[in-house]
Design a protein around this ligand. Structure first.
Ligand code: ZN
Length: 149
């Protein structure tokens, strides 16, 4: 009996191995209804680099319904979002040179996508991070948590 009971244990180990695979490539989609499809993005602390892809599944133009993905600490996100409203599309609606902006993508319109790759060395697990779309009027609805596990 003991011989046969080893098999489920081995299978269990294989499954655990798969679940524990590192998550370093993440994707988020915005639509024409001011929605991101995720309220949480989780990456692994030991990723050398994280690649984030932002897709826009809608049909509206970047002028009407542009989306980007901006990362700040949760302490700063509302202030940065508000400060960026007047910064204009050329600045991705982010305050130029503001070091509270930790990462951001370009703006995309319907049918477009964009990616950024960044290291985690400037970030840490113990800090609470928030991502949001910086397009004017979007941040309050289009936001979520960025978690380093
Ligand atoms: Zn947006």
């Amino acid at each position: 009996m003991t011989r046969f009971s080893i098999l489920p244990a081995l299978l269990g180990m294989l499954f655990t191995g798969q679940v524990a695979a590192k998550t370093c490539e993440v994707e988020i989609t915005g639509n024409d209804a001011l929605e991101f499809d995720k309220s949480e993005i989780v990456v692994d602390a030991d990723c050398e680099e994280v690649t984030l892809t932002l897709k826009h599944s809608g049909a509206m133009s970047v002028e009407q319904m542009g989306h980007n993905w901006t990362l700040t600490t949760t302490d700063n996100w509302r202030e940065v979002a508000q400060a960026g409203q007047a910064a204009g599309r050329d600045n991705n609606y982010l305050p130029p040179g503001d070091d509270r902006v930790l990462q951001h993508t370009d703006l995309v319109g319907g049918g477009e996508s964009t990616s950024i790759t960044f290291g985690l060395s400037q970030l840490d697990r113990d800090t609470d991070y928030t991502f949001f779309c910086a397009f004017p009027g979007h941040w309050a609805q289009m936001n979520g948590k960025f978690i380093i596990r």
